[in-house]
Design a protein around this ligand. Sequence first.
Ligand code: V47
Length: 472
Amino acid sequence: MSATLERPTPLPGSRGPLFDDSLAPIRAKIEKGERLSLADGELLFTTPDIWTVCELADLVRRRLHGDTAFYNINRHLNYSNVCALSCKFCEFYRKKDEPGAYTRDMAYVKEQVREAVENGATEMHSVGGLHPYLPFSYYTDLVSTIRDTARELGSELHVKAFTAVEIVHLAKIAKVYKADDRTSGIRHVLEKLKEAGLGSLPGGGAEVFDDRVHDEAYKGKIRSDVWLDVHRVAHDLGLNTNATILYGHIEQRHDRLVHMDMLRRAQDRALAKMGYEGIGQQTTGISKDNAALRESGHLGYSGDEGSEVPIITLTRPGTPLPEHIAFSDTPSLPLSVSPSLPRGYFQTIIPLPFFPDGSELEHLPGPAGLENLRTLAIARLMLDNFPHVKAFWIMQTLPMAQLMLQSGADDIDGTVVWYDITKVGGSSTHQEVNVWTLQKAIREAGFKPVERDTLYRRVERDGKAWRSRLIS
Ligand code: V47
């Protein structure tokens, strides 16, 4: 395909097209499935030609997922809003005796599970504040209660729970966290939670991987290197995870690009461990290690210190998605990968626009429509080894999620019901759409709706029963 861009004729009386020829080299890289540089990312952020940015993201998205767009039937359960931290962007947290503080007991959890199962949910997404007093057993009970209650009702609920920030907090509560050997404490906690029924980790708590922004807006929270360590250990244990980026507050656009770059380096390592290395995927160039990142003032993560792995992208036509490898021991797959290799990786990036209302950063305007669209499209283009990009409709709104489906997103999350962390336009915590509305939004955007489970397998339903099948 040619890398030359054709200039459209301006409409009579218009100010002329915003067409930007300088994007041609980026288009050429995308057509070949090559990794974009940070400088490419800067250009994508500054060009007035946002429509080409969205079109390029759509090209990648269609290569990976054709005209499929995913949704799921899920519930969120915030077990407590009591938090030892006071992040400036956060409106959710309360101190223990403050009005509005809550901590859910297991009777409440069971009731939520019952309601979720009755309504066909396949996933319970559960996160909370860093509660200073709850014992470690509370968290293992929470996970096993969700799993076991669903089973007693003749169903299954995938438990996607605890951000990396909470995992480190739990390691401290369980008294297994050592600053000089983070991995073993994190591993201990994740193993115990996995035994209790934990299925995957959500992507929260990443915010923006930049120390200046961290110290100014969420001091006290774990830094990028620790966040990445938790996800690396989870991947090694075969747990899939997600990643978020919280943007539009005090960070710069450059910080967003560095964040994306750090995530894709971590994913290079996860995919290499899964067996992608040396089997015909994009391997031109080396994914730099932490030393290089530290030199540029950004901490990497402690795993695989000093090791180099190839750049691994998933965006070349015909590259199998990791979910196909993770679930398969069958020879019909394009890759034959040993079942004993780790099967954990990042599934999806979820760009989260900052909501100022009620936070300590309320004086900031927060990002608006085009900035949200552009950031999501750039996430699709920069994160070439993330299989999925989620337009979280709760924070983006459903109409914007439709535009995002045409600009790089392939997933709009789920039916949700109760969501405490942000309230769009001052709405209540009851934020629910039904399946019909999600499907309609996807169809209107020009895509085929597919119900997925948490691990991106197709959900097939027969009355109240459901089962997962690999999407080929
Ligand atoms: O970690 C907090 C963010 C996150 C605000 O993994 C805010 O599938 C905007 O991680 N404005 C929690 N954002 C949400 C989250 C998530 C959501 C949906 C799906 C998944 C997934 C993960 O919300 C927090 C924080 O980064 N957040 N306050 C705010 N004022």
